[in-house]
Design a protein around this ligand. Structure first.
Ligand SMILES: [Zn+2]
Length: 248
């Protein structure tokens, strides 16, 4: 049988209305899925769900939007971090509703990155809303890029930051929403094609009236293929081989 070889490198399967159905669907699609968690407390349950699958990786995270209330769980993050290669979602969020906790977010993010830098060989999915520059500074200061795969999820930034991120060796997971903006299309134009992955960020992504679920990446693949002026199948194969390399 021909494997569909899809890639969803950032989604939240545990936040879907039916978590089991969300896992089952990605698995049935043979979709390489990087499912992130938002708090370390949610992590073990995701590991249990992923254990019987072939295509789903459950990542350990502490979402910057939750740091105000749950930043203390960084201790639990530290407890688990040695047990997995998959980290996310971590990062910084300087949008208006989360800016009050920005200093605390920086401490938590920095500690998480330093743990990964010390342990090496992680794959890390990173959130960077309205603070691309600060996220890149943290990556640079902790030297985490040297020995880990950094995947910038939904990276929305100017060309200077995009180029810095490329220089740091970052990868980029892109979604359908991003490609409706000029910034997103510019990113896709300059990032080396072998560092592009697809994502849905489901269940937080709406395309038209439809809320995407984990594994719904055909739309973004079609957009990338047409933007690159590449055959759909070829694009799909390239992204799939990128994901295999990222996870090596
Ligand atoms: Zn997310």
């Amino acid at each position: 049988m021909n494997e569909p070889n899809l890639v969803d490198f950032h989604c939240h399967l545990d936040l879907h209305a039916d978590m089991q159905a969300a896992f089952d669907r990605c698995e049935q699609l043979s979709c390489t899925t990087f499912t992130v968690t938002t708090t370390p407390k949610a992590y073990s349950r995701n590991v249990d769900f992923a254990a019987s699958t072939k295509h789903i990786k459950a990542a350990l995270g502490l979402h910057p939007q939750l740091v105000a209330k749950r930043g203390g769980e960084i201790d639990l993050f530290e407890e688990f971090v040695g047990t997995t290669r998959y980290i996310g979602e971590i990062g910084l969020d300087a949008s208006r509703s989360h800016y009050a906790s920005f200093d605390k977010q920086k401490l938590v993010f920095d500690r998480a990155l330093r743990l990964c830098a010390a342990q090496r060989d992680k794959i890390i999915s990173i959130h960077s809303a309205r603070c691309a520059r600060q996220v890149l500074e943290a990556l640079h200061n902790t030297d985490v890029c040297r020995s880990n795969v950094i995947v910038l999820h939904w990276f929305s930034a100017g060309q200077t930051e995009v180029r810095k991120a490329i220089e740091l060796g970052c990868w980029f997971s892109v979604n359908q929403q991003m490609l409706t903006s000029e910034t997103g299309r510019k990113l896709l134009a300059v990032v080396p094609r072998d560092r592009i992955l697809t994502e849905t960020d489901a269940p937080f992504m709406k395309v038209g009236e439809k809320t995407l679920v984990g594994g719904d990446v055909i739309g973004v693949l079609e957009n990338i293929a047409s933007f690159w002026k590449m055959d759909f199948q070829e694009t799909r194969d390239l992204i799939a081989s990128n994901a295999t390399r990222a996870l090596l």
